[in-house]
Design a protein around this ligand. Structure first.
Ligand code: ADP
Length: 195
């Protein structure tokens, strides 16, 4: 039993690339206050101070050029993450305080387990699917070849590792309606444990 009477219960929502996390997130946002880390990062790219920071560190702020740098050298990914993640964390903390009258806040964080942020939240939900589905969805959504999709996937912790540490797992191999049903039942389960 978790007593969260005087503050929102914080649920982190995560997944693997193209496993269906954003689809889940859009559905949940209809009923809950949801903080979208991807949107927070997208907003940074509209901020001239952030763009100058990228220019200083990488000699570019162009997203495609940055992606190429990351693929070329893993150190660049580590460096970019070390710049972006503290800023995202600060923004999430600010939004949680601003919405502290909510009963539940969902925080959509694609790289929750990669960054090791899972202990900052009351629980987490992993949107999972088979490797086959993940590759197929990624190739279709981003118009990638199998080799490219496999390379993108390799930048993340493998889904089977995420499954070992997740609190709640939703297997999104089936219809969108089934995903929505599982989201409803999972949140209902979580609710049962709240005072
Ligand atoms: P993520 O946010 O995890 O990267 P998305 O939610 O964008 O993944 O889903 C990846 C792709 O798969 C999208 O094109 C989405 O419409 C599709 N998709 C997600 N879940 C399902 C599902 N249950 N059935 C069919 N297509 C799905």
């Amino acid at each position: 039993m978790t007593n969260v009477k005087n503050r929102p219960y914080l649920i982190a929502l995560t997944g693997g690339i193209a496993s269906g996390k954003s689809t889940a997130s859009h559905y949940l946002a209809k009923n809950y206050y949801l903080i979208d880390s991807d949107q927070i990062v997208a907003n940074f790219y509209e901020n001239p101070d952030f763009l100058s920071l990228l220019d200083r560190e990488f000699a570019t702020h162009d997203k495609i050029a940055l992606r190429n740098l990351i693929f070329k050298q893993h150190d660049n990914l580590v460096k970019l993450n070390s710049l972006v993640h503290p800023l995202v964390k600060k923004e999430i903390e600010k939004l949680i305080v601003l919405h502290n009258s909510e009963k539940i806040i969902i925080i959509d964080i694609p790289l929750l387990f990669e960054i090791g942020w899972e202990n900052n939240f009351d629980c987490n939900i992993l949107i999972s699917c088979s490797l086959n589905k993940q590759l197929t969805r990624l190739m279709q959504r981003n118009n990638l070849s199998l080799a490219e999709a496999t390379r993108w996937l390799a930048l993340q912790k493998p889904m089977k590792e995420k499954r070992k540490v997740a609190d709640y797992i939703i297997h999104n191999n089936y219809s969108p309606a089934y995903l929505e049903h599982r989201l409803d039942t999972t949140i209902a389960d979580i609710f049962k444990n709240l005072i």
